[in-house]
Design a protein around this ligand. Structure first.
Ligand code: ATP
Ligand code: MG
Length: 413
């Protein structure tokens, strides 16, 4: 058989459809597949209904080389994966005497009562074999028939994880012809997904490496993926494409893979020997939290204050009370003053300030929900201030304003 290139994952269980549990196993499996060089083309979730499980398996088998089923291998009546797997492959189930004996011994060793129903777990597709399960009673199953492969894994995490990462990974690795799939993520801020799409359109049409964007809060991440015989060989394809993306987009490309906007800013400020201070109102220390989550932040981050009332803006920062009265705390003038005062108080090269109304109701001076200002004081003494009219829930507004503030700083460096 030719090396399989495509796979689908089918998660079985009504509790998944009811939203009672989250399908973390499918994500684990998808990652294992990718690392084995096999492309996961679809994922499906189906309830504990025999007809629908068989339908789902059959349609997955009709499209893909490998179908991986998760859950429903237990001994009870609503555990239907084993039977459905045989049915979908046009195979029959056979009783594996030796495994039934093992099971009986397992039960006896623990003083558990043996019931006939347990024999169900000793059944396997005729064209298949069992994957040993040292952590439970339901073995996994692998069957190969008519050029297709079906693999079934038990649902409990303590059984699923070792099997997925152990014998199933081994099987997939050799089935995948020793190929691996590797990727690198290019992290972009300050331009929207459609603009990225427009500038990278031709790269996205490429077959290999594949280039795919996905939107994050205030950022776009572009994943560059290649299939090759080794990680090094994949990277040889990936890196030139990442460099091309960086060349086309320029400054908005702030980093790769797990780098964050705040880590990129800190690294750049450290390189320049410059420092940062913060004066936060509406973001309530959120920017400080992001900045201080980076190890070694103290080399760059002098400090910050959360001044949440007009009084503290005056008392702690020294913002002119007349200005606060006249313009109101949510104003470009107050944001500007906060940034300039913080810059001086903390003796920093740059200072960022935020003020605004995150809702859910308009504040006392009637500023609409979502109206926010970010000010940036720069080493040359100048200040830039931006107005943002943000929509969404309180937490979204705050998170996006943090992002805008950091973005403003990054783009000015
Ligand atoms: P059992 O022998 O326990 O019946 P099983 O193979 O039949 O095992 P399920 O009955 O489908 O597996 O699921 C058992 C438990 O495993 C679920 O209650 C849940 O906690 C966990 N589980 C099942 N599927 C998933 C999944 N896709 N992602 C995360 N957890 C899961
Ligand atoms: Mg079950």
């Amino acid at each position: 058989m030719e090396a399989p290139r495509t796979a689908e994952i089918v998660s079985v269980g009504t509790e998944l459809l009811l939203g009672q549990i989250i399908d973390t196993h499918a994500a684990t499996m998808a990652r294992v597949l990718a690392e084995c060089g096999i492309g996961c083309q679809r994922r499906a979730t189906v309830g504990d209904n025999f007809t629908r499980i068989v339908d789902t398996f059959k349609s997955a088998l009709s499209r893909s080389d490998i179908v991986i089923a998760i859950g429903g291998l237990g001994p009870t009546n609503d555990d239907l994966t084993r039977e459905a797997m045989a049915e979908a492959m046009g195979d029959e189930l056979v009783f594996e005497e030796a495994y039934a004996e093992e099971l009986k011994a397992w039960f006896a060793a623990r003083n558990y009562t043996w019931v006939e129903r347990n024999n169900k777990q000793a059944m396997r597709p005729k064209h298949g074999r069992m994957i040993p399960n040292p952590n439970g009673t339901a073995p996994g199953l692998i069957a190969e028939k008519d050029g297709k492969v079906m693999i079934a894994l038990p649902g409990p995490k303590g059984e699923f994880d070792p099997m997925a990462e152990g014998s199933v990974r081994e099987y997939l690795q050799s089935a995948g012809g020793g190929m691996i799939i590797a990727s690198r993520t290019v992290r972009i801020c300050g331009i929207g997904e459609s603009a990225v799409d427009e500038q990278l359109g031709d790269l996205m049409d490429q077959e290999s490496p594949t280039v795919a964007p996905y939107a994050q809060t205030g950022e776009v991440h572009v994943r560059v993926t290649a299939r090759a015989a080794s990680k090094e060989a994949a990277m040889e394809q990936i890196i030139p494409v990442c460099e091309e993306i960086q060349r086309r987009l320029g400054k908005p490309v702030y980093g790769f893979d797990l780098e964050t906007l705040e880590s990129a800013i800190l690294a750049e400020l450290e390189r320049r020997g410059e420092t940062l201070a913060l004066a936060e109102s509406v973001t309530g220390g959120g920017i400080a939290r992001r900045v201080t989550s980076i190890p070694g932040a103290s080399k760059v981050f002098s400090g910050g204050v959360v001044t949440y009332t007009a009084e503290t803006k005056y008392q702690l920062l020294g913002v002119d009370p007349d200005l606060l009265d006249e313009k109101g705390p949510v104003s470009p003038e107050v944001a500007t003053a906060m940034a300039l005062k913080a810059q001086v108080k903390f003796g920093a090269a740059y200072a960022l300030a935020t003020t605004g109304n995150a809702g859910p109701t308009s504040d006392i001076d009637g500023k609409p929900v979502g109206l926010c200002y970010v000010a940036l004081a720069k080493p040359d003494g100048s200040v830039e201030v931006n107005e943002h009219k943000l929509r969404g829930l309180r937490e979204d507004i705050r998170a996006r304003l943090e992002q805008f503030a950091l973005l403003k700083l990054w783009l000015s460096l």
